[in-house]
Ligand binder design. Structure first.
Ligand code: SF4
Length: 380
């Protein structure tokens, strides 16, 4: 089965002011001298893709993530957009998202974003509680985050917040207070993530040495349920395991991933999915830079997915959405029977109360949401 051509592009900007102890993204902190080399390497990577495609590509979504894209200076941000626009042309009403942190998002940078058509801002707020922010090693305060949300909304109407729960020492009351503040602000979209202790992060090592204590499972589960009830009560629709949005403000770029559609991706650690092939760039910023400075591919992993593998991925991704998997569309797209491919896993999880089958859709129940990753991985 052939997928529709990609109409989405992701650009990874791997620079931050500080490397937060829990973060395992591909990035560097305090190495801003690499920024000019990054832009040159990115230009080379974009041009190499252009030679394959042969023309400027019309896209419905552009997502500039990181890292902290707005850590770049206003002039550098301008250059970044110029590079992207040489190869990708946003269609009318395209969604153009940029990730940012509350500190450093000044008027000049907001002007550059607006000039370049950015119409969605994803702010890494994480919490409004200064104690929690300090534990997370964030470089902003709760008050700064509130001020930034209120200010940037004058430039960009569609503001999304990232929030984290399950932080060591964070209480249920602190989390509910953060949700209260978030829903009192002019935001269209909120993402909530449970903190994970990823291998090779300082948080992982500190947890192993008993210096950080994981949140008890029961409290973390309650925090997630509190998020669902407070955010939906505030009028946001729970549309994906971790994501909530006002009607029509779902993140269209992320929907491309969850619909198992194709996309371009550039930068260290970025993974593209084109013509049924997933290519993942090397995560090391320096290795990616060195490769592209010499016009050599930085792809570290390449998977040419079979139709069955694509179908299994599509099931897993669709189950992340609250709407779930539409069986007739799935079967038509992949020419496979859902029952033959995944009937055993489905029946077991339905019998256990984690999945439901209603009106041609299979989706997670509330109980299933609480262990979504476990349920979903059974369809691989
Ligand atoms: S600011 Fe965001 S991307 Fe940068 S290190 Fe912290 S969590 Fe990671």
């Amino acid at each position: 089965m052939t997928n529709a051509p990609a109409r989405a592009v992701y650009i990874h900007v791997p620079f931050c002011l500080h490397h937060c102890g829990y973060c395992d993204f591909a990035l560097v902190a305090n190495r801003d001298h690499l920024i000019p080399q990054y832009l040159q390497a990115l230009d080379n990577e974009l041009q190499a893709q252009r030679r394959i495609v042969g023309e400027v590509v019309d896209v419905d979504t552009i997502f500039v993530g990181g890292g902290t894209p707005t850590h770049l200076s206003p002039a550098t941000l301008r250059t970044l957009f110029r590079l992207i626009q040489q190869h990708f042309r946003p269609t009318t009403n395209a969604e153009i998202s940029v990730e940012a942190n509350p500190d450093g998002l000044d008027t000049e940078r907001l002007d550059v974003l607006q000039e370049n058509g950015v119409n969605r801002l994803s702010l890494g707020v994480q919490s409004f509680d200064d104690v929690v922010l300090k534990t997370l090693e964030r470089t902003h305060t709760g008050a700064q985050a509130i001020e930034t949300v209120q200010r940037c909304q004058r430039w960009i109407d569609n503001v999304s917040l990232d929030l984290i729960f399950g932080v060591p020492g964070q209480t249920a009351a602190s989390w509910r207070q953060t949700l209260d503040v978030a829903t009192s602000l002019p935001v269209r979209h909120i993402s909530t993530y449970g903190l994970t202790f990823e291998k090779d992060t300082p948080f992982f090592r500190r947890e192993q040495h008993g210096q950080l204590k994981k949140t008890p499972d029961e409290l973390e589960r309650q925090m997630y349920l509190d998020a669902i009830s407070q955010l939906t009560d505030a009028g946001l629709r729970h549309y994906e395991v971790s994501n909530f949005a006002q009607p029509d403000y779902e993140c269209r770029h992320n929907m491309v991933y969850w619909n198992a559609d194709e996309y371009f991706a550039f930068g260290p650690g970025a993974a593209s999915y084109l013509n049924g092939v997933r290519r993942t760039n090397v995560r090391s910023v320096v290795r990616w830079l060195k490769a592209w400075q010499q016009h050599e591919s930085a792809v570290e992993d390449c998977e040419d997915l079979s139709n069955e593998e694509k179908a299994r991925e599509a099931i897993m991704l669709a189950l992340r959405m609250r709407q779930g998997l539409h069986i007739p569309v799935f079967e038509q797209r992949f020419g496979l029977s859902f029952a033959e491919l995944a009937g055993v896993a489905f029946q077991q999880h339905r019998d256990d109360g984690f999945l439901t089958h209603e009106a041609d859709y299979i989706s997670l129940t509330t109980e299933g949401l609480l262990i979504a990753d476990t349920i979903i991985s059974d369809f691989l």
